[in-house]
Write a protein that binds this ligand. Structure first.
Ligand code: TRP
Length: 331
């Protein structure tokens, strides 16, 4: 079975990406024929006027993937725009997609709302952004994936992909395309240091590539139980908005039980608790970070992996696009 998934090139990734998505990919790559790509065209749908760091952002994303164990020897790692056949497929799919299918895409509506809050009520949604789910369909259908590992927020897009695949097959009287299914990421959602969703733009994230010092400092800045003024006040781990949740993600059951007891008895103050938590997280990430530093120092190697993977993806895409042109009846 083939799977395809991608991430927009937003620069250095954080623990939300690692625990929520990449760890899942890392497992799946050993079971499925896997294609993982950096969606740099999708990044352009909202950042078309901020392209200074585009190339570095791609390298950062792939370096993070490699550090987290995505293995270029078993998975195909590539950059979307280095496989221009995807853009050609995007054209064909856009012809068969009714306009109201994209207009009612809830994830797109959310993106439009965020854009309006950032840029004011007069901000215009570009034609390119409207095409977001169609381009995503082209990503997935280019390799005729049967499944797509994504977060819950992307499921609406995959629904459209299924609809587009079915409509294409109907119109051109073919069974060429699969109707891909989402594989939901089954891992823990880690919140940000302020208790909200972890996100780059909220400045509440811990990056995969952060140093140990930065990580420890960030953990110390996490919000704590406001009802606990003094160190030996009794704590309420279940109402603790960040630290205890992190303990549950990173520590074994026995440790979590200990933390709970000491907190409830008031023998573990929040500052001590976060200091220990910082050490634990640094310990858990030590291997990933060592690899991350290696790739930071060997960008040429990362670029080679990107170019080779994209070349491999492209030769497959070229073959597929010839078949698709034939099915449609292009010259
Ligand atoms: N839209 C996805 C995101 O923001 C990224 C993406 C682009 C993608 N194309 C895709 C994911 C194809 C899965 C399959 O995370």
């Amino acid at each position: 079975m083939k799977i395809v998934s991608g991430m927009r090139s937003t620069g250095k990734l954080h623990l939300g990406h690692y625990l929520g998505v990449i760890q899942n990919w890392e497992k799946l790559q050993r079971e499925y024929e896997s294609y993982f790509f950096v969606a740099d065209w999708h990044a352009l749908t909202t950042k078309y006027d901020k392209t200074e760091n585009l190339k570095n952002d791609v390298i950062d994303v792939v370096s993070d993937w490699l550090a987290c164990g995505i293995d270029p020897n078993i998975s195909t790692i590539y950059v979307q725009s280095l496989v221009p056949e995807i853009a050609e497929l995007n054209i064909y799919l856009s012809m068969v997609t009714p306009q109201n299918w994209v207009e009612r895409d809830p994830t797109l509506k959310d993106m439009a709302k965020i854009l309006r809050t950032k840029e004011g009520a007069n901000s215009q949604i570009s034609y390119g952004l409207m095409g977001y789910p169609v381009l995503m369909s082209a990503d997935i259908m280019m390799f005729n994936a049967e499944a797509v590992p994504v977060g819950i927020d992307q499921v609406a897009h995959i629904e459209i992909t299924r609809d587009i695949a079915r409509r294409f097959n109907n119109i051109y009287k073919t069974e060429y395309f699969n109707e891909p299914k989402p594989i939901l990421n089954e891992c823990s959602l880690i919140c940000g240091l302020d208790g909200n969703k972890m996100g780059k733009s909220f400045q509440n994230d811990i990056k995969i590539s952060d140093s140990e010092e930065v990580t420890a400092k960030k953990i110390m800045s996490a919000i704590t139980d406001r009802s606990r003024m003094r160190k030996d006040d009794l704590g309420h781990p279940d109402e603790c908005e960040v630290a205890f949740k992190y303990w549950k993600i990173f520590a074994d059951d026995e440790t979590v039980q200990n933390v709970r007891c000491e907190c409830e008895k008031g023998t573990r103050g929040c500052a001590d608790c976060k200091r220990m938590l910082g050490s634990l997280i640094n310990e858990k990430l030590a291997d990933v970070r060592e690899k991350r530093r290696y790739y930071e120092a060997h960008k040429d190697e990362v670029e080679k992996i990107i170019l080779e993977g994209s070349q491999k993806a492209r030769s497959q895409a070229q073959k597929t696009i010839r078949e698709i042109r034939n099915i449609i009846g292009m010259y």
